[in-house]
Design a protein around this ligand. Structure first.
Ligand code: PLP
Length: 230
């Protein structure tokens, strides 16, 4: 993509402006370039242009592409994760954004211990209660975090959500605000080994609102790479 570097600059400027509107330090917002359905040559160009973090939603696709990426790029698993893919997932990815059920946490714990790793995870929350989306109900989050905090091999670092797709990003604001409120509530509970330093929220359509509401990780695909051809 010839104008990738330009797109990247523009997105970064919009993130910075949103952070400044909210009195936040733009350096506290990580841009995760979502590379699903993006060919490896383009991903390599993105990394050469300065992308430090990439997100994929399928283990299979990551397995094909990641061996061709330079070391040092942080790899984020952002899609629904099947328990039988956990082993491969931990071999490929640095961070998991989609922890949404106890058996998955247990599988991550087992496999991480076998690899001698502690895997940073975010708990996925279905804030808007959409039937088509994965994630815990907001009311389940605190108890869930308490339970998984006791498992070795993973470290809860924050929360993640996917907001409903709406025409006006302002409509997504209450969803982001609620995730932030939940993270604050979990932080206030002072659960040993748990931090709420990361809030993974905001995509191409709504990342500025998400940053205004406290996002520390925006996951952006279409705005960087153009529409997906699936
Ligand atoms: C595809 C995807 C994104 C990126 O979406 P865009 O609208 O293309 O920016 C972000 N998060 C998740 C979980 C995704 O699956």
């Amino acid at each position: 993509m010839e104008n990738f570097a330009e797109n990247l600059d523009r997105i970064r400027a919009r993130i910075a402006a949103a952070a400044e509107r909210a009195g936040r330090d733009p350096a506290r917002v990580t841009l995760i370039a979502v590379t699903k359905n993006v060919d490896i040559a383009t991903v390599q160009q993105a990394v050469a242009a300065g992308v430090t973090d990439i997100g994929e939603n399928r283990v299979q696709e990551a397995r094909a592409k990641f061996p061709m990426l330079p070391a040092g790029v942080r790899r984020h698993m952002i899609g629904h994760l099947q328990t039988n893919k956990v082993k491969q997932c931990l071999e490929l990815f640095d961070v998991i954004h989609s922890l949404d059920r106890l058996p998955l946490a247990e599988a991550i714990s087992r496999r991480a211990q076998a690899l001698g790793k502690v895997v940073p995870v975010l708990v996925q929350v279905n804030v808007a209660g959409e039937e088509t989306k994965h994630g815990l109900a907001p009311g389940e989050v605190l108890d869930f975090v308490r339970t998984v905090a006791g498992l070795p091999g993973l470290a809860v670092k924050g929360l993640m959500t996917i907001a409903p797709l709406v025409d006006d990003p302002e409509e997504a604001r209450p969803v982001f605000r609620e995730l932030r409120r939940l993270a604050d509530a979990v932080a206030d509970a002072g659960i040993p080994g748990v931090s709420m330093e990361w809030l993974s929220m905001g995509m191409s359509n709504d990342f500025e609102v998400a940053v205004e509401e406290g996002s520390t990780m925006v996951r952006i695909g279409t705005s960087l790479f153009g529409p997906r051809r699936a």
